[in-house]
Design a protein around this ligand. Structure first.
Ligand code: PLP
Length: 399
């Protein structure tokens, strides 16, 4: 029998999905489950988005669309990113895809040959490793433990870039930690990057509108405009607009990279569907009250989560300032037992928590940090307090 390609031996299903599946199964068995596992924003876009989609459906052109993305969508995105200081780009600098995941994959495929260095900090968003493995890149992890607030230091970056990886991928605000780099921190990292001209810089900044405490969003090119010819900024509608299933992602960067992604699109997908394009344009150009209101809600939920985590002796959680995740170090529980079940590691902890209390979290090892777990606090507001209480009880019951 013929075999699958060797690369499929390296591709793994998402660890986050495995937890979500287990929670779903327990729910189907009648258990009362509160999910802190999956990173979906849990709100819907405004009526104007649906109206635009309905109108596009009524006017279906019956044609294929642009490989890069429709002009109206490129223009809406250009206007959108200007609001976060990403100015001076034209349509030739932009390309779209079926979600940021697809755009990241395409950009990586366009930049990385087999064996090329692919560096990024841990904790990382799980797909970076999977994409690197499928492409057979040389993955170089830069550990950023809780002791350094899960943040990369300029010295670490300098040492990593001295090895001349082909691509350095940076995620801010971070999934899974919720960390947001300050203006000074981004400026200091940008100063390091300019010294290392051989590396492409990908900034996966899809949570750039979801920032709390007035800390703001900053990109390397804000401080070092000369980096514009090798920084590739990634964005998405999924989280900001409550549109994960519509699958719209973007890149803004050098023309050569946008062109390469457009070429990938022409071979993989041809175009983003017309109806989705119309909805995306409406989301970007329309009223921004829902994203603004949701951001305030997420900040309040963050405060609730932090209050609970800070009340548990030995649990350490650097304060998240963006996205909708908290990433506590729960290793104080290792070596203890719950209901006679020994907890040796993060996976044991998450399994025991789910079985005993019906609360689903994702083990930190899925993100390269086995001392932690990820809490995604996007659940409906009435579920948050009981979920946090169960988490707290679980800790109190450890022996
Ligand atoms: N990048 C990060 C850091 C994410 O957390 C996610 C989704 O969870 C993505 C990219 C992918 O987003 P999209 O839904 O646009 O594919």
């Amino acid at each position: 029998m013929p075999q699958l390609a060797r690369r499929m031996g390296r591709a793994k299903p998402s660890a986050i999905m495995l937890v979500a599946e287990k929670a779903k199964q327990l729910k189907a068995e009648g258990r009362d489950i509160i999910s802190f596992s999956i990173g979906v924003p849990n709100f819907l876009p405004g009526e104007h988005v649906y109206a635009a989609a309905r109108e596009a459906l009524a006017k279906d052109s019956g044609q294929y669309g642009s490989n890069r993305g429709a002009d109206a969508l490129l223009d809406a995105f250009l206007k959108h990113i200007e609001q976060v200081g990403m100015t001076g780009y034209t349509r030739a600098n932009i390309a779209t895809g079926i979600g940021a995941k697809h755009v990241i994959y395409n950009v990586c495929e366009a930049l990385l040959d087999e064996g090329d260095g692919f560096a990024f900090p841990t904790p990382y968003w799980t797909s970076y490793v999977d994409i690197g493995e499928i492409l057979n890149a040389d993955i170089q992890l830069l550990p950023c433990p809780p002791e350094q607030n899960y943040k990369l230091t300029p010295a670490q970056l300098d040492a990593a870039l001295a090895k001349k990886p082909k691509v350095f991928l940076f995620n801010n605000p971070s999934n899974p930690t919720g960390m947001v780099y300050t203006r000074e921190e981004i400026a200091a990292l940008a100063d390091v990057i300019v010294k290392h001209p051989d590396t492409w810089i990908l900034t996966d900044d899809i949570y750039n509108r979801m920032v709390f405490d007035g800390v703001g969003y900053h990109n390397f090119v804000h401080f070092r405009p000369e980096l514009r010819d090798r920084v590739i900024f990634l964005d998405s509608l999924s989280k900001t607009y409550g549109m994960p299933g519509w699958r719209v992602g973007f890149m803004a960067g050098p023309e050569s990279v946008a062109k390469a992604v457009t070429t990938m699109n022409s071979n993989h997908i041809t175009n983003i569907p017309e109806i989705v394009t119309a909805a995306a344009v409406a989301a970007l150009n329309g009223p921004q009250d829902i994203p603004t209101q949701k951001n305030a809600e997420f900040q309040a939920k963050r405060d609730q989560v932090m209050a609970m985590l800070n009340s548990i002796p030995g649990v350490v959680c650097p304060k998240p300032q963006g996205a909708f995740y908290a990433f506590p170090d729960i290793s104080v529980a290792f070596g203890k037992s719950h209901d006679g079940k020994k907890i040796e590691n993060d996976v044991d902890f998450c399994n025991a928590l789910l079985e005993a209390k019906g609360v689903a979290c994702v083990p930190g090892s899925a993100f390269g940090e086995p001392r932690a777990l990820r809490i995604s606090y996007t659940c409906p507001t009435p579920q948050l307090a009981p979920g946090l209480q169960r988490f707290q009880e679980f800790f109190a019951e450890l022996k």
